[in-house]
Write a protein that binds this ligand. Structure first.
Ligand code: FES
Length: 195
């Protein structure tokens, strides 16, 4: 009886070993990738999120319509030749992380002239930023802080304010009055928007 040398490859159990080793290593690589890449990608997205969003909406600025106008009132609420009326302007706001719907962003004076023109002024005094009021008897705007006054067209009537009242762009759409609200730097003769 002859004894042939033992061939390990002829044993199916031995042939299975390298294949099993390959699958174990492949699985280890995949698991390693998942536990490394997923948290890394999540962290990266977390940090990039405000940057990505900033590209769509400037940080800290009101989130207005595409043209920057927000609805303030209806045309019906402003009778022709009527006195100026004060309105609060609301808009959505967003900073790097948070969205704040319907926030008060300022106040405006609105009136419709006899000719049907709609005038809009920011209520902030261009002198030092107090709120400009309206005197119905004199038909003038006035600021109680340092007694500045302005006519109905917003022109200054004394030397205290550096410029007239700050007019705002306004338009009528579907019976609504929309305003492009902005604030302007006080104390300067030039009208410089500050957001
Ligand atoms: S802040 Fe209005 S007059 Fe000074």
């Amino acid at each position: 009886m002859s004894h042939l040398p033992h061939d390990p490859n002829a044993d199916p159990a031995h042939a299975e070993l390298p294949r099993r080793g390959f699958f174990v290593r492949a699985a280890a690589v995949v698991i390693g990738l998942v536990v490394t890449v997923v948290p890394l990608a999540t962290g990266l997205l977390f940090f990039l999120h405000p940057l990505v969003r900033k590209a769509k909406r400037p940080t800290g600025r009101p989130v207005t319509g595409a043209d920057g106008y927000v609805k303030v009132t209806t045309l019906e609420a402003l009778p022709s030749g009527g006195p100026p009326q004060r309105f609060t302007v609301y808009d959505d706001k967003q900073d790097a992380w948070n969205f704040f719907p319907h926030q008060q962003v300022g106040t405006v004076w609105l009136r419709r002239t006899d000719a049907g023109e709609i005038q809009c002024f920011n209520t902030r005094c261009p002198h030092l930023g107090c709120t400009v009021d309206y005197k119905s008897v004199e038909k003038t705007y006035f600021c109680p802080c340092h007694t500045s006054s302005f006519d109905l067209d917003g022109k200054k009537l004394n030397a205290i304010p550096p410029r007239g009242m700050d007019s705002l762009e306004v338009k009528v759409l579907d019976g609504n009055v929309l305003v492009k609200f902005e604030n302007f730097r006080a104390t300067t003769s030039e009208k410089i928007a500050v957001g």
